[in-house]
Design a protein around this ligand. Sequence first.
Ligand code: FES
Ligand code: FES
Length: 181
Amino acid sequence: MGNALMNFTINGQSVEVEADIRSSLLDLLRNSLGFTGTKKGCDQGACGACTVLVDGERINSCLALAVQYQGRSITTVEGLGIDGALHPLQQAFVEHDGFQCGYCTPGQLCSAVGMAGEIERNIPSVVTADLAADSVAIDERELRERMSGNLCRCGAYNGIIEAISETLVKTPASSQERVRA
Ligand code: FES
Ligand code: FES
């Protein structure tokens, strides 16, 4: 085993990097490419701190083998805002006290944006009552279940849910993630 030259699209930019072929996507982002906004918590898929978007869907980057994500569109927290402005959800986190230490926040943000896409695609959760409905009814219980993979040791859950409710549930998910060529 050794290094290999790999190509990725990250936050709309093509990047080429030589890295250990065994690197997780999380380690590649942080250690090889300097996208340190994505955090390492448990490194085993249990906390959600490492959540990023791949083609608009949320994944735990600590469990992803980087080499398999070449050619996909990867979005990290650094790529959520547009032209230096905060993403509306980032602004809502500030206004609703959706964080304390902020360690879980990048993962919460990416996860929530991905979750909004799942709602828009009418994907049910384990607590969805009516699986035959044309659209999933989103209430606090739904949001808490759908965000349950993102832990916050500071317990900022109330602010997080308020921020998501105010921002993503009222705005089409398709307008939440920056559209990239
Ligand atoms: S660091 Fe990936 S889920 Fe915890
Ligand atoms: S804000 Fe500290 S872990 Fe969530």
